[in-house]
Design a protein around this ligand. Structure first.
Ligand code: HEM
Length: 124
C-alpha cells in the first residue's frame, strides 16, 4: 500500500509550510521592531560603547557620527545618499541627533530601517 508514503509526504509538506511561516514572521518582527528592541538582535559591533565626547570628535563631513536614542551611528556614507539632502545629515555630525531625527522622521519606517544599518554601537 502507498498509505505510509502519503503520510510521510503530508508530514514533510506540513513541516515545509511551518518552516516558511516561521521564517517570514521572524523577519517581519525584526524589520518593524523599534530600535531599542533590535539591539540584542543586531551584530556584535552594535555592543561597542561610546561617550558623547567620543561622538563630538567625529564632527565633519568626512567623519560623521551621531547618537540617536542611545544608539551611536556612523553617518559618513549616508550624507550623500540621504533622500532629504546632505545638509540635514551634516548638521548631525558630532552631536546628539535625537531631536532632529525624531522631529523630522518620528516613527517613519524607512528612516528607521536606514538608521539600523548605520549603527556602530551604543552610548555609555
Ligand atoms: C540619521 C538620520 C536620518 C536618516 C537615517 C534619514 C533617512 C531618511 C530616509 C530613508 C528618507 C526617505 C523616506 C522615504 O522615502 O519614505 C528620508 C527623507 C527625508 N529626510 Fe531624512 N533621515 C535622517 C535625518 C534627517 C533630518 C535630521 C532631516 C531634517 C531635519 C531629514 C529630512 C528629510 C527630508 C526633508 C526628506 C525628504 C522626504 C520626506 O519628507 O520624507 N532627515 N530621510
Amino acid at each position: 500500500m502507498n498509505k505510509p508514503r502519503i503520510l510521510i509526504g503530508i508530514s514533510l509538506f506540513v513541516l515545509l509550510v511551518a518552516g516558511c511561516a516561521y521564517t517570514i514572521t521572524t523577519q517581519r518582527s525584526l524589520a518593524f521592531a523599534p530600535i531599542s528592541n533590535t539591539q540584542s538582535a543586531t551584530s556584535t559591533t552594535s555592543q561597542n560603547t561610546y561617550t558623547q565626547a567620543d561622538i563630538a570628535q567625529h564632527n565633519s563631513e568626512s567623519n560623521c557620527w551621531t547618537s540617536i536614542e542611545g544608539g551611536v551611528y556612523d553617518l559618513t556614507t549616508w550624507i550623500s545618499r540621504h533622500p532629504g539632502g546632505p545638509q540635514a545629515i551634516i548638521g548631525l555630525c558630532g552631536t546628539d541627533g535625537t531631536d532632529a531625527f525624531n522631529g523630522k522622521h518620528g516613527t517613519s519606517r524607512r528612516p528607521r530601517a536606514a538608521l539600523i544599518l548605520l549603527k556602530i554601537g551604543i552610548l555609555k
